[in-house]
Design a protein around this ligand. Structure first.
Ligand SMILES: Cc1cc2nc3c(=O)[nH]c(=O)nc-3n(C[C@H](O)[C@H](O)[C@H](O)COP(=O)(O)O)c2cc1C
Length: 307
């Protein structure tokens, strides 16, 4: 057995990973009306069988409006628990820990799959619930000129969404997942609340930094109320987004989240604008690791990054 740290076990709360290799969440664009298919079983299963300590299933949407594409996974109803439990169960059979990411695409919802052009969808008869799938966001500000203007959420709708994340966490637990990650990165709904560029609300969820953080903090509280104490909770952030949100803000937020029961910050970058944070710099192996180092040093919390 190697004595490399990467291959050593690690325990977070009541869950032990046999090594520190984590498969990050990756959309498969293969769900049918939100339900997982054999593809998901195969894809997550092959990584688990391959020896990863933790396999995190892709961003799974807490409400229908939050689906990015027609192939997104859903967890907005109890009917999703049994089919998701098949995926979690198979990962666990391979002696890996089963994780799942909860997400909401916000103003980037209702889009084509990447190989179809990465653009907003156009109304078609194939999409029966087109109007129910209207993109929502903190403010009526489009992601870019190519994207539609989303509908701004009413204050009560924001509170309802907080509750929806809590219910989604309960379902993830009941499906048998042992690690939960909240998707707060890549320009999707949570990140849209954090960013001054996409959040120009005048209620308690917009304006000051504390107000822009409020949605994620309330989501974390709602999730922790339904996610058992012995199970780890991760939050993925775009630690640097090149649009006004950077490592200092991320570290301040991470300290608050730690006090609310978050164990790990999964450090990523970009997504709120069309410009990548690494633009103009050479992309090197481990490019996100300095962001993870910064947050760990300044917020005294465990961090991880995709190399
Ligand atoms: C096909 C694909 C789907 C992805 N889906 C998600 C996702 O569901 N949630 C998420 O947080 N990141 C997602 N990502 C980002 C990855 O988790 C990872 O952070 C990213 O690919 C950076 O790693 P890399 O530099 O090795 O590509 C996706 C990436 C790819 C390539």
């Amino acid at each position: 057995m190697s004595d490399m740290l990467l291959f050593s076990p690690m325990t977070i709360r009541g869950v032990t990973l046999k090594n520190r290799i984590v498969v990050p969440p990756m959309h498969q664009y293969s769900a049918e009306k939100g339900f997982p298919t054999d593809w998901h079983l195969m894809n997550a299963g092959k990584f688990a069988a391959g020896g990863a300590g933790l396999v995190i299933v892709e961003s799974t949407k807490v409400e229908r409006r939050g689906c990015g594409t027609i192939g997104d996974l859903g967890i907005w109803d109890d009917k999703f628990i049994a089919p998701l439990s098949r995926v979690a169960g198979f990962i666990k059979q391979q002696n890996a820990v089963a994780g799942i990411q909860l997400g909401h695409s916000g103003r980037k919802a209702r889009a084509s799959r990447p190989w179809e052009g990465d653009r907003p969808l156009e109304r078609s008869a194939e999409i029966e619930d087109w109007d129910a799938w209207t993109p929502v966001a903190p403010s009526a500000i489009a992601h870019s000129e190519r994207w539609p203007v989303p509908r701004a959420l009413e204050t009560q709708e924001v509170k309802d969404l907080v509750a929806a994340w809590g219910q989604a966490a309960r379902r993830a637990h009941e499906a048998g997942f042992d690690v939960l990650e909240l998707h707060g990165a890549h320009g999707y709904l949570v990140h849209e609340f954090l960013s001054e560029r996409s959040n120009q609300r005048s209620d308690q969820y917009g304006g000051s930094e504390a107000n822009r953080m409020r949605f994620l903090i309330e989501v974390t509280e709602a999730v922790r109320a339904h996610w058992p104490d012995h199970k780890p909770l991760f939050v993925r952030l775009s630690v640097e987004d090149n649009a006004g949100w950077g490592p200092e803000q991320s570290a301040r937020l991470a300290s608050i989240l730690k006090a609310k029961g978050v164990d790990v910050i999964d450090c990523s970058s970009g997504g709120i604008s069309e410009m990548a944070p690494i633009l103009g710099k050479e992309i090197k192996y481990n490019y996100q690791v300095p962001l993870a180092e910064y947050v760990r040093a300044h917020a005294d919390i465990m961090t991880m990054a995709v190399a």
